[in-house]
Design a protein around this ligand. Structure first.
Ligand code: NAX
Length: 328
């Protein structure tokens, strides 16, 4: 048989972890022919709960699951990791200032960057889900000497999938008929879900939609605010959809994006589309052979440019804040 792929998941006892781990162990992320060894990282207070999740994974009797380790030690958790899903982070508590939040997460992601550099496989692929995801990824990659920056990504796939679903619903086509959507910038309410290059069954989405006001006044704010709408409706933040997006992100990175379209991933900017080099920003991306590539040559009209500048400005401000704290 094939040697198992080691997948480390942090925040394994949380609600995303609970939806994510069975999907990974079932083969949905890496393929039905790929055995996986799971390593679950939690804080000491939640290691017991993570061990309970591991018991349930055992009880699923997944044919592809080669083993599970549960630990509160990052060095053990990232030992030989081929894929690392950094889901655990510090949520914003009552009365917590933005700076406190960045500081608390800075401590987590500097330590995990170091532990990855010292222990993970040479070609580890890292996906940061925990918020503020883009800036947490930026901190981790700056603290992981020896791992190329291109190996660190942050998740905007949930935003991308939300955009696909909204356009499919509006136009009455299956999601498989939607191509060429991009989410730009930060995984926050400033993100820019962009339909200008999108197609619906091969026709320009803007034409099929017809009404520009639907895009400006419904589509963009609905996608931007969807996380808040889920919290309002469910009394808890997105979990199953976030887990599904993480599976999609890693699957496309490892196995490649489908021909003729692209996805959205937050990756280190090389200066494309005027996004300052070094920021971890969401871009249109294709993947093949385990490498991602920013799609080049898309036109940005004045409206798109203005929206991109806003969200990239927010990323630059977050970078400046964590740089000021000595985290980079
Ligand atoms: P939960 O609070 O249910 O779970 C988080 C878990 O992380 C907890 O069990 C906690 O003990 C653990 N944890 C905290 N610090 C840790 C550390 N240093 N090492 C290991 N584990 C640690 O949150 P959940 O709903 O699962 O969400 C997890 C993160 O995903 C949050 O930061 C959330 O904001 C973020 N999200 C990001 C999304 C994205 O699209 N990028 C969408 C969904 C979600 O909001």
């Amino acid at each position: 048989g094939t040697a198992p792929t080691t997948v480390t998941v942090t925040g394994a006892a949380g609600q995303i972890g609970y939806s994510l781990l069975p999907r990974i162990a079932s083969g949905a992320m890496l393929g039905a022919d790929r055995p996986v060894r799971l390593r679950l990282l939690e804080i000491p207070a939640a290691v017991g709960a993570a061990a309970g999740v591991a018991m349930e994974l055992d009880d699923c009797a997944f044919p592809l699951l080669a083993g599970i380790d549960v630990t509160d030690d990052p060095a053990t958790a990232f030992d030989g990791a081929d894929v690392a899903l950094l889901v655990g982070s510090r949520p914003r508590g009552k009365g917590m200032e933005r700076a406190d939040l960045l500081q608390a997460n800075g401590a987590i992601f500097t330590a995990q960057g170091r532990a990855l550099a010292e222990n993970a496989a040479a070609d580890v692929k890292v996906l940061v889900v925990g918020n503020p995801a883009n800036t947490n990824a930026l901190i981790a990659l700056h603290n992981a000497p020896g791992i190329p920056a291109s190996r660190f990504t942050a998740m905007t796939r949930l935003d991308h999938n939300r955009a696909v679903a909204q356009l499919a619903r509006r136009t009455g086509v299956p999601v498989t008929g939607i191509r060429g959507i991009t989410v730009w910038g930060n995984h926050s309410a400033t993100q820019y879900p962009d339909l200008t290059a999108a197609t619906v069954d091969g026709r320009p989405a803007t034409e099929v939609v017809g009404d520009p006001a639907w895009i400006e006044e419904f589509f963009i704010p609905t996608v931007q605010q969807r996380g808040a709408a889920i919290i309002e409706a469910r009394g808890a933040s997105s979990a199953a959809s976030a887990a599904s997006a993480a599976v999609d992100h890693v699957r496309d990175w490892v196995l490649g994006t489908p021909e003729g379209t692209w996805t959205s991933m937050a990756v280190v900017s090389d200066g494309s589309y005027g996004v300052p080099e070094g920021l971890v920003s969401s871009f249109p991306v294709t993947c093949s052979g385990g490498e991602w590539r920013i799609v080049q040559g898309l036109e940005l009209d004045a409206g798109s440019r203005a929206r991109l500048d806003v969200t990239v400005g927010e990323l630059a401000a977050e970078r400046d804040a964590v740089r000021g704290m000595g985290l980079l």
